[in-house]
Write a protein that binds this ligand. Structure first.
Ligand code: LLP
Length: 467
């Protein structure tokens, strides 16, 4: 068994999903047919090699709902929630990071799975509350929460506020004096760890806008403040060390920092902390040859690191260990469908395949140098010998979604093209650059598709303009 097959088996073992199959050369070859392990769990090929998701023909979804289109597989999203819950001792110890992808249907799905929800702005809070998400299971984040945002969160009764600055402590105390609260808070630490991911995704190196520096003593001061304030209830400590992380070892260091501070607070101030929140960060496979850790191993090593750190620091009883995965729940659960509009072959240079979306629905390639694969859902079983660049329709040369894609020889104008693993930070970071309407979002499950976010119309694009 290849590494990839072993990885796929591992996923199946923890999700009860039938094993995906791909025929042909080893999936790690870029010219091989798309590796179904990059697609949601219900991905299957029919007898003619067309891709099915949730039992539905994927190219047919593009015909029915238009393109560009985000398609999420509900079973996949739910399976990822359950995997995290299983390894963290229950759904209440897992908060889905809604910044990865949020709409009201997603908030309801997360609620149905019993998870908590991480929101980081008034906008995310609003969407969650409108969806009927129970406020006690909301965790409110953000490095610069305004007075109005904090007031709204306290009025709504959010379960946790993760405090990120002394200014925020002042605001929360002020709100407490006016009768809002009590705020149940976690103090966000900056443990001073570089988790070895992209610079824009590293959040806990000493030079960071997030959290209170542990090294400088600011973290201990903030904890003492929260503990002594009559308006605040210090519930725990938080650290989020980055995103798309491949090495769980970085978390051991973070756990030690959290546990040591928890022990000090107990010894010096009698503060008993209930929760240690380790944030999100588990990396996912964007391409067949990517090798992030499997969820079960990652989650297990996180728990073990936390338990060990608490034991070594003498923190007992063991606090609740909470995580906040975003990408590892949403990314592989979603795909993007585009329609190919032109194919431009520049002899001896490159072939551009231009699609009807681009950097407005996927900014990750431009922003982080993120790498994706591409394939044609109507020929998902076909080899992909043709090296092309998949470009968008924006007025920028840099508007390339997959610079090094491979497609089947028979690719043609009018075909539906798919980029997998776009469920996290895709739609969430979409823009209207060039006045391009944002795509629709569809959830598929058991042979049914439903629109959960409608496509923006041209009129939507000018709805805020004064006439
Ligand atoms: N908790 C906190 C406090 C966070 O700031 C984040 C992500 C998460 C949890 C979830 O992390 P995840 O499990 O998704 O890695 N736009 C970037 C990712 C930015 C992540 C921001 N914070 C991207 O597209 O890669």
């Amino acid at each position: 068994v290849s590494d990839v097959e072993a990885a796929v088996d591992q996923v199946d073992a923890i999700t009860d999903a039938p094993a995906p199959t791909t025929d042909g050369p080893t999936p790690a070859e870029p010219t091989a047919p798309i590796d179904l392990g990059l697609l949601p769990f219900t991905a299957r090929l029919d007898a003619t090699g067309r891709l099915l998701l949730g039992g539905l023909d994927v190219a047919g979804l593009a015909d029915e709902f238009g393109t560009p289109l985000f398609v999420y597989d509900e079973r996949h999203l739910r399976a990822r929630c359950r995997d995290w819950a299983r390894f963290l001792g229950g759904p209440g110890n897992v908060a889905y990071a809604s910044k990865a992808f949020l709409c009201r249907a997603m908030a309801r799905l997360i609620d149905e799975e019993g998870l908590a929800l991480d929101v980081s702005t008034a906008g995310e809070l609003h969407a969650a509350l409108l969806a009927g998400f129970p406020a006690p299971r909301l965790i409110f984040h953000g490095n610069n929460k305004s007075y109005a945002e904090l007031k709204r969160a306290l009025e709504a009764g959010v379960g946790r506020i993760v405090v990120d600055s002394f200014d925020e402590l002042v605001r929360l105390d002020g709100l407490g004096e006016r009768g809002f609260g009590p705020a149940r808070v976690l103090i966000r630490l900056n443990p001073g760890i570089d988790a070895g991911t992209h610079a824009h995704l590293t959040t806990a190196a000493e030079d960071s806008k997030f959290g209170f520096s542990v090294a400088s003593g600011a973290a201990a001061d903030a904890c003492r403040w929260a503990h002594e304030s009559q308006h605040l209830e210090l519930v725990g400590l938080h650290a989020h060390i980055g995103s798309q992380i491949h090495d769980p070892a970085s978390y051991s260091a973070a756990c030690r920092v959290l546990a040591e501070l928890a022990a000090r607070l107990r010894a010096e101030h009698g503060a008993m902390l209930d929760e240690l929140n380790l944030g999100g960060g588990l990396g996912v496979r964007y391409r067949a040859f990517d090798r992030p850790p499997m969820l079960n191993r990652f989650a297990t090593s996180l728990r073990e690191a936390a338990v060990k750190a608490c034991e070594e620091a003498g923190v007992s009883p063991m606090p609740r260990i909470v995580v906040e995965p975003g990408r590892s729940i949403a990314a592989t659960g979603g795909i993007t469908l585009y329609r190919i509009g032109t194919i431009k072959e520049i002899p001896d240079v490159r072939t551009y395949v231009a699609v009807d979306g681009g950097m407005s629905d996927n900014i990750r390639t431009v922003a982080y140098g993120a790498a994706y694969e591409a394939f044609l859902p109507a020929q998902a079983g076909a080899a992909r010998p043709l090296a092309v660049a998949v470009a968008g329709k924006h007025c920028e040369q840099g508007d390339v979604i997959v610079p090094d894609a491979h497609l089947p020889e028979a690719v043609a104008v009018g075909d539906v093209l798919c980029t997998p693993v776009t469920g996290a930070y895709g739609y969430a970071m979409a823009s209207n650059y060039n006045k391009v309407p944002r795509p629709a979002v569809v959830f598929v499950s058991d042979g049914r598709a439903r629109v959960v976010v409608r496509r923006e119309s041209l009129d939507d694009l000018v709805r805020l303009d004064e006439e």
